[in-house]
Ligand binder design. Structure first.
Ligand code: ZN
Length: 251
């Protein structure tokens, strides 16, 4: 963003100084830089600003299930019961202020072998334009809440909506957090049937894949139907599921 502002300021100054006609090429450079940076923000898997782990190189048929935006007082306990029944451990990218409100549930998630990781404290839609100090404050607060509730400080961070920028990587480096993206997301907030959501994930199935779903903000029955169908299909194809840290340990 700083780069875009700098380039745009240069174009404006040059426009006034030299006349509009001679500055078309600068306007073009400005648009191109803005477009490239916008794409870098939107596609963390392109690694333009820093390393996002979107998949792991492994030969083993092993994938990681991740659930964002929880914990949710209704959905998460039902999901925990299903995961326990299927003997699957997952990674939950939790929102710090929800962890604060549901600390007993988070304690249970950790006790059942799941990983609780950082998904900001506020989950603000403006996270991507936060200053470094505000980002640092938000992520640090989430770290503290998760440590207090689960007994373990997160090692991983997933930015809201998957958007990244250079400030996010600066703060995650400071806090020693690895940024986790995804190989495929179910887009499970859309009003699609479970089969469509699972198909969306399985289109990108490969050893070492990271799948993204939500345990909050989605209907509970559909969440359970999606996870059941996904686990059935993965099992039929000889895949095992685990946590992100277990997947990363494969390398
Ligand atoms: Zn989120």
């Amino acid at each position: 963003m700083v780069l875009v502002a700098t380039v745009c300021a240069t174009v404006l100054i040059a426009t006034f100084a030299s006349g509009v006609a001679r500055c078309w090429w600068l306007a073009g450079v400005c648009s191109l830089a803005g477009a490239i940076i916008g794409l870098g923000v939107s596609f963390p898997q392109w690694q333009m600003f820093g390393e996002s782990i979107c998949a792991v190189a492994t030969q083993r048929k092993f994938v990681a299930l991740t659930f964002d935006d929880g914990p949710d007082a209704e959905n998460t306990p039902a999901l925990l019961a299903l995961l326990a029944q299927r003997k699957v451990r997952a990674t939950f990218f939790c929102i710090g202020n929800r962890v604060f409100q549901q600390s007993e549930l988070v304690k249970r998630m950790a006790a059942e072998g799941h990983r609780i990781e950082n998904h900001t404290f506020q989950h603000s839609p403006a996270t991507n334009i936060f200053s470094i100090s505000r980002l640092r404050e938000d992520l640090t607060q989430a770290q503290a809440e998760i440590l207090q509730a689960s007994g373990r400080a997160p090692e991983y961070f997933r930015p809201p909506v998957g958007l990244t920028n250079p400030r996010i990587f600066r703060v995650t480096d400071e806090l020693n957090l690895k940024v986790i993206g995804y190989t495929a997301r179910g887009l499970d907030r859309r009003n699609d049937p479970p089969e469509i959501i699972v198909e969306r994930l399985l289109r990108k199935l490969q050893p070492g894949a990271i799948f993204l779903l939500h345990d909050a903000g989605v209907p509970r029955e559909r969440l359970l139907a999606v996870v059941t169908l996904l686990l059935d299909k993965l099992e039929a194809d000889g895949y095992q599921c685990g946590r992100v840290d277990e997947l990363i340990a494969e390398t």
